[in-house]
Each structure stands twice: as C-alpha cells, then as structure tokens.
Design a protein around this ligand. Structure first.
Ligand code: HEM
Length: 413
C-alpha cells in the first residue's frame, strides 16, 4: 500500500510544479493502487482515480457521479473561507462545472452552438489573423523571449474576448484576474491575490458587461448569456456572472498552456517538428497530441450519488473522486508508448478535454486556435531552441509551463 506522504504529494501544488515528479507519482498510483483512498493533511479525503478506463467509467455516468458540490481540490481552511464569503454556499460560482442535470443541459444549450465547428468557421479568419499577429510579435521580439509570458498568454485571450464581444483594452485586466484565479499556490502567478478576490474581481467586471448588453444587445456570447431565459424566466445574476467566469477563466489559460507545452514538446522532438514542417496536414493530429501530452487540466472532482464498486474498491455515496486527466492520458493500458510525443498518434482518444456530458465545451475552439498558431509558426520558424530551463506552475488544478525561455531565428521571406 501507499503511504501518507504520497497522499500529501497528490494534494500539494508543488508536485505539479515539477513535471517529472507529477508523472512519476501518478505512474506509481496506476501501477500500485489505481483507485487510491487519499487522506492528505488539511484536506477532506477523496479517491484518486488514475487509470483511463476508470475515468471513462465514472464520467460516463453523470447521474451516479455528480459534479456539485465539490468540483475541485481546496483545503478545508479554504473551503470554510468560501462558505463565509458566500453566505454558506460551498462554491464561489455556479456554472457548467458546478451543475448537474437537469440544469446542466439547460445552461449548456445556451452557448453550445457558439462553440460548434460550423459557427467557428465564421471565426476562422479572425483566429488566423490573431495567430499571424502572435508570430509577428515573435519576430518583433528579435530572436529571444519567454514564449509563455510574451506570446502564449495573449493569443487565446484575444480569441476568447472576440467571442464574448469584449473590447481589447480590457485585456490586461482580464489577464491579471485569470492568473490570480488559476495561480493555485504558485507565488509567481498569484501576485498577492487569492481565488476569492479573483472571483469577486471577475464578477465586478462582468456585472457591468451584463448590464450593458441587456441595454444594447449585440451578436456575441456576452449578450446570449445576459439576455437568456431559464425555465421561462430571465437568468439569475449569480448564474449569469458564473457563466462568464467559467468561459473567461477556462477558455484561455488552458489553451495558452497547451500551445506553450506543445512548443516545448516540439523543441525536445526535433524530428517531430521537422516532420510537421514538411507535412503541415499533420498539424491537426499533432494538436490533439499536444492536448494529451500537456493535459493542462490536472483534475476535476466528482461526488458519488450512490454506493458503487470499481476495481474491487467500495465507493460510498457522498465520497469524492479526484479525476486525474494527465494520468489517464499517460495510461500504459490505453496508449501505445504514452511517454512518447507522437505528432501523428492515431487513434488518440485522450481525456485532455474530459469525457461525457461535462466534456469541454470549448474543445473545437481550442483545437482551431492551436492548429492556426502552429500552421503559421512552423511555416515561418527556421530554428528554435531553449534559452534556459522552463518552469511549471505550481498548481494541482489548471496550468502548464509558466516560463519558457527560447532562442530562435525566423525566416526572412
Ligand atoms: C486546450 C484547451 C482546453 C483544455 C485542455 C480544456 C480542458 C477541459 C476539461 C478537462 C474540462 C472538464 C471536463 C470534464 O469534467 O470531463 C473542461 C471543461 C470546460 N471547458 Fe475546457 N479546455 C480547454 C479550452 C477551453 C476553451 C477554449 C473554453 C471556452 C471558450 C473552455 C470552456 C470550458 C467549460 C465552460 C467547461 C465546463 C463544461 C461542463 O462542465 O459542462 N475550455 N475543459
């Protein structure tokens, strides 16, 4: 059996700031105790689910494994702070990840169409233009930069702001809030703020957006949410702000982390990079592999709504389950050579976007962004290498590299 130190490591943000340690830890769990009862000091206990087929089995039964009320790992101390700030509610927001059916499907329907490939085709010119701007910026930086902080964090945020219909001058404000929101325990990312302050800052920002859209409706997602009806009544303010927060927060850091982590994978796999330059039609498959490889969402929780047995372990009604997407995506049973980055991996039914009714609503958008960026980048880059060691965000929830110093030469034509 596994020891307590391991339980603390699963919950500790620092584990995820060391990518080798993260993968080693979960490889051990998959091998020794794939459904692991975890009791870290300072946290309510939970089951850690580390194998691909178990994650699928759980996520495909949303009535048995529900999302509310515990969606992510927070310390017990933090959980009581949340209740205090929210007048007894256990959650800071109530958006798709905190909802179960029947509400989940009602709220999902509101914006679902906006994120489907047909709708995204109308946006493809804008996405391509933003990808070009990012590569132009790389050129302007003159051969050396921190790819994550100078390039990767801006591009997905701009795409998302276009869909939401938000003005570009609000970008620094939203960026700051998102970084505080997802910083986990990482001192570099949190800048003195914490999750509660960041959520309140989001709500304050989006309150004005909703008010403005109700007065002056436009053709954008912000208007769809602000003016929507649920069960024949206007959406409640709390759910409207929560919806914005979920899209704004989940919508860009995930993609930035995947693009930066994807680039790192190519720098470390020269052959893969050269192959994609020769065969750009493989970039779509490579984008999926980047999501598998990076798996920027480290976990979501589910709560058992009834007793359930899996791999001989007896899950009790009310128990929480920590679903490890990076671990499912490195499962030796589900993937051929899972620790190898294969740009043309096929099939590639990874769990990087989750699975089941809660699978990522933005997955087609994210993929379109990754593909547009690498098409442009690989066409124009002549040489790229690490200028220094990369560093990873210390967070058990969502993140990837937080520093990626690179040196490069772009083609002059
Ligand atoms: C590479 C980029 C992305 C990755 C890896 C990613 C990953 C994920 C994962 C793992 C989940 C949870 C799935 C589950 O519970 O089974 C999720 C949910 C979600 N994502 Fe993404 N995501 C990405 C980009 C985006 C974008 C661009 C948007 C929005 C514009 C977005 C919005 C959401 C929302 C709203 C949910 C909650 C869905 C629900 O609970 O029904 N994500 N995402």
């Amino acid at each position: 059996m596994l020891d307590l130190a391991l339980d603390d490591a699963i919950a500790n943000h620092k584990t995820y700031g060391n990518i080798e340690l993260q993968h080693k830890l979960f490889a051990r769990l998959r091998r020794e105790d794939p459904i692991h009862w975890t009791e870290p000091v300072g946290y309510r206990p939970f089951w850690t689910i580390s194998k691909y087929p178990d994650i699928v089995e759980i996520e495909r039964q949303p009535d048995l494994f529900i999302n509310a009320p515990r969606t992510k790992l927070l310390s017990t101390e933090f959980e009581s702070k949340v209740r205090e700030a929210m007048n007894g509610r256990p959650m800071l927001v109530r958006a798709l990840p905190q909802m179960d059916n029947p509400d989940h499907s009602k709220y999902q329907k509101l914006t679902h169409g906006w994120f489907q490939p047909r709708q995204l085709r109308n946006l493809s010119d804008r996405i391509e233009a933003l990808a070009r701007e990012s590569v132009d910026r790389l050129v302007a930086l003159g051969g050396e930069c921190d790819f994550y902080n100078d390039i990767a964090i801006y591009y997905p945020l701009r795409v998302l702001m276009t869909i939401l219909g938000l003005p570009q001058e609000d970008e620094p404000r939203l960026l700051k809030i998102t970084q505080a929101y997802f910083g986990g325990g990482d001192p570099d990312m949190q800048q003195g703020s914490d999750l509660i302050d960041a959520t309140l800052a989001y709500v304050e920002y989006f309150r004005d957006v909703a008010k403005e859209r109700r007065q002056n409706p436009k053709d954008d997602v912000a208007t769809v949410i602000a003016t929507s009806q649920i069960d024949g009544r206007p959406i409640e303010d709390f759910e409207a702000y929560s919806y914005y927060v979920a899209l704004a927060s989940a919508g860009h850091d995930t993609t930035s982390a995947t693009i930066a982590g994807g680039l790192l994978a190519l720098i470390e796999n020269r052959k893969a990079m050269e192959r994609l330059q020769r065969e750009p039609e493989l970039i779509s498959a490579a984008a999926e592999e980047m999501v598998r490889w990076v798996s920027p969402v480290k976990h979501f929780f589910r709560t058992a709504a009834a007793d359930y047995e899996i791999r001989g372990k007896k899950i009790k009604s009310g128990d929480s389950l920590f679903i490890s997407y990076p671990s499912g995506n490195r499962d030796e049973e589900a993937f051929d050579r899972p620790f190898e980055f294969m740009p043309d991996r096929s099939p590639n039914r990874h769990l990087g976007f989750g699975f089941g009714i809660h699978a990522c609503i933005g997955r087609h958008l994210a993929k379109a962004e990754i593909v547009a960026f690498f098409r442009e980048f690989l066409k124009r880059v002549e040489m790229i290498e690490l200028a220094d060691k990369p560093a990873w965000t210390e967070t058990s929830f969502l993140g990837g590299v937080k520093r990626l110093p690179v040196r490069y030469r772009m083609r002059s034509d």
